[in-house]
Design a protein around this ligand. Structure first.
Ligand SMILES: Nc1nc2c(c(=O)[nH]1)N[C@H]1C(S)=C(S)[C@@H](COP(=O)(O)O)O[C@H]1N2
Ligand SMILES: [Mo]
Length: 438
């Protein structure tokens, strides 16, 4: 095994959330709010306005629409053009080969990120790989070294699984003080994907693992020569060689034609454009597991191979840069996920963490997958600080920034940052990033 050092736990604590009743204007459900609204306003709708006359017939209803073309890849409405993956303006490299673009989580309902919006992180840009010439090799401590074409891989029994996909650098710029405005910039190195491919265990069995083979090397076919070591235990547990995402072939930027998917672990080990799998008896200590992707610890050591993405959550609406449209009912909603299991509960605070209420966790609740939570809020127009705190199936509680600070060395940036994100709301309903201020 590698030199894994013991680390103080940075898990948070969960003083019991209020589970019933009303607290600081927070209502249990929209139904409760509507019932109240009905009583107060004598039947007026909660957010619409009274219908005084029949609606006018709109122009679209008076003419024929666009006919169906012979063949076409469908695109979103032109009115949704603002929903785009974006590079961050906080930490912009001068070149855009080793860079990232972030998922607009504030515009994502549900738990699936459409392929055109799945975040990107490359160390040497996106290669253009022809699946006909691409080869994947398995060698090292195996009985029979093998090579596969993409078609070969597609002949194996396949599996499809929903998993969150997160870069360990997610939140890196914003852990001590606000640098970013939106949740896209603070948390957008995160996506929810249905991956389809072959379990790595199937290919390992076929090659025949030497009993001394305890680690696996994964190498990409991009200009970065991106390479990582993954313990055999994880490889055989739930890792995949994926060729499809969300119902179609991988996008070039996400690893076309084949990539590794290491569920619940930092995105960096899910090597894209996968060309080589080597079995060995120890980790290789590549750049991305020594100089990068390690965590500075308080005693001056660096934590290596901390690849699990621990339990985390964030409110996506309302979130930074948004504007509440008036007092009254708002559905507060967000995403929760854990690299070791399922989401058990999410608590939401409206007063900067003094009081907490349990949100509704919306199904399906899946292993190592984005999970949606929701809670009704009756905004009375007063300033508020909104936070969410997730608990996973192991009982791990998402930590506060203070908890994380205690267990890590304080440096400008932090990897594997899973602390609670506060959003402040002022009297005008403007929502701001309040990290380090709540
Ligand atoms: N071959 C290769 N694989 C790679 C990378 C890379 O630069 N080259 N980047 C890694 C990093 S740091 C992350 S977070 C994920 C990002 O995957 P995505 O671009 O599909 O979101 O891919 C990983 N796999
Ligand atoms: Mo990453």
């Amino acid at each position: 095994m590698g030199r894994m050092i013991d680390v103080p736990s940075d898990r948070g604590s969960r003083p019991g959330p209020a589970s019933t009743g009303e607290l600081n204007g927070v209502l249990k459900s929209r139904r409760e709010f509507l019932a109240r609204g009905m009583a107060v306003a004598g039947g007026a709708a909660a957010t619409g306005s009274a219908l005084a006359a029949p609606l006018e017939i709109p122009p679209a209803a008076r003419e024929m629409g666009r006919p169906i073309p012979e063949a076409m890849y469908g695109m979103p409405s032109k009115f949704e053009a603002h929903v785009a993956r974006r590079r961050t303006d906080v930490l912009k490299n001068r070149q855009n080969w080793s860079d990232w673009s972030m998922t607009p989580l504030q515009h994502q309902p549900g738990i699936i990120t459409p392929n055109g919006l799945v975040f990107e992180r490359h160390h040497a840009g996106t290669p253009d790989i022809d699946p006909k010439t691409h080869r994947l090799a398995i060698h090292g401590m195996v009985r029979q070294p093998l090579q596969f074409t993409v078609d070969d891989l597609m002949r194996y029994p396949s599996v499809s699984r929903f998993h969150f996909h997160e870069c360990s650098g997610n939140g890196l710029t914003d852990w001590l003080k606000p640098a970013s405005v939106t949740v896209q910039q603070t948390h957008g190195l995160l996506s929810g994907v249905l991956w389809t491919g072959v379990p790595l265990s199937t290919l390992m069995e076929e090659a025949g693992i030497d009993p001394r083979g305890t680690w696996v090397l994964l190498e990409g076919a991009d200009g970065a020569g991106h390479t990582r070591s993954v313990p055999m235990e994880k490889v055989l547990d739930d890792s995949l060689i994926a060729y499809a995402m969300n119902g179609e072939a991988l996008r070039p930027e996400n690893g076309y034609p084949v990539r590794a998917v290491i569920p619940g672990w930092e995105g960096n080990v899910s090597v894209k454009w996968l060309r080589r799998i080597k079995v060995g008896d120890q980790p290789w200590h590549f750049r991305s597991e020594t100089a990068r992707y390690t965590d500075p610890m308080p005693e001056g050591k660096w934590r290596q191979f901390s690849m699990v993405m621990e339990c985390k959550s964030v409110i996506t609406s309302p979130s930074g840069g948004q504007q509440l449209k008036g007092r009254g009912f708002h559905e507060v909603t967000g995403l929760a996920w854990s690299g070791v299991g399922k989401i058990r509960a999410v608590d939401v605070s409206f007063d900067g963490g003094r009081n907490w209420r349990e949100a509704v966790v919306e199904g399906p609740v899946m292993d190592k997958s984005l999970t949606r939570f929701k809670i009704g809020w009756n905004w009375d127009g007063a300033p508020a600080v909104l936070m969410s705190r997730a608990v996973d199936s192991t009982g791990y509680v998402q930590p506060s920034v203070e908890d994380v600070k205690k267990s890590r060395a304080i440096m400008g940036f932090v990897q594997h940052h899973n602390a609670i994100q506060p959003w402040s709301v002022n009297e005008k309903g403007e929502v701001r990033n309040a990290i380090g201020q709540a």
